[in-house]
Design a protein around this ligand. Structure first.
Ligand code: IMP
Ligand code: MG
Length: 188
């Protein structure tokens, strides 16, 4: 596949959430989080790699003390469906005992990934543990878990951009979109 911006954008069927919509919503989430965590010096944990753009925009607008850490989980491979297997690839570096922790995730789909992470981090006795997801696809949930903060509830569509990928590609699109069906057909 020729990898240039024009070719890249040509693969997008339609834009689900524009840059402006994302920016406005992230600012709202920031105001809420800044208010809720006043004086608590929260640790914001970025779930690599999908949450990276959301995380950096979110952190940049938190108007109070906070710290950063990173975790990497594998659950998808190149498939568009959850494999059912969640694997820890990189753990956070900091101790979270007694800390206020917020997991920052790109999207909640089956919920298995976030369920795995919250169970893992809870065993380390944080003072509190909450989750913020930019996108939520509640229709596809396979376990009883809901994010504490949600950017947008979206329909059951596979989306790319703003950090989200299909087979490793499309993370650099500045908006969130749905690919043309032929992009998947061609990949087979
Ligand atoms: P879950 O464990 O099924 O909730 O899936 C969560 C992970 O699957 C997310 O962190 C994403 O990496 C990936 N994922 C789920 N839905 C999509 C999508 O529509 N586009 C891209 N990645 C997705
Ligand atoms: Mg992810």
């Amino acid at each position: 596949m020729a990898f240039n911006k024009t070719g890249l954008e040509n693969d997008v069927g339609y834009v689900l959430l524009s840059e402006t919509q994302i920016r406005q919503r992230v600012q709202e989430l920031d105001m809420q989080i800044t208010r809720d965590y006043e004086g608590k010096n929260p640790l914001l944990v970025c779930v690599l790699k999908g949450a990276v753009n959301f995380y950096s925009d979110l952190c940049r607008n938190i108007a109070d003390y906070m710290e950063m850490d990173f975790i990497a989980i594998s659950s998808y491979g190149n498939e568009m469906k959850h494999s059912g297997i969640v694997r820890l690839i990189k753990d956070i570096d900091k101790s979270i005992t007694g800390r206020h922790v917020i997991i920052v995730e790109d999207i909640m789909d089956s919920g298995l990934t976030l369920n795995y992470m919250t169970n893992l981090l809870k065993t380390r006795n944080p003072a509190s543990l909450k989750t913020v997801c930019l996108l939520d696809k509640p229709e596809r949930r396979e376990c009883a878990i809901t994010p504490d903060y949600v950017g947008f509830v979206i329909p059951d569509e596979f989306v790319v951009g703003y950090g989200l990928d299909y087979a490793g590609t499309y993370r650099n699109l500045p908006y969130i979109g749905v690919l043309k069906p032929e992009v998947y057909t061609d990949a087979e």
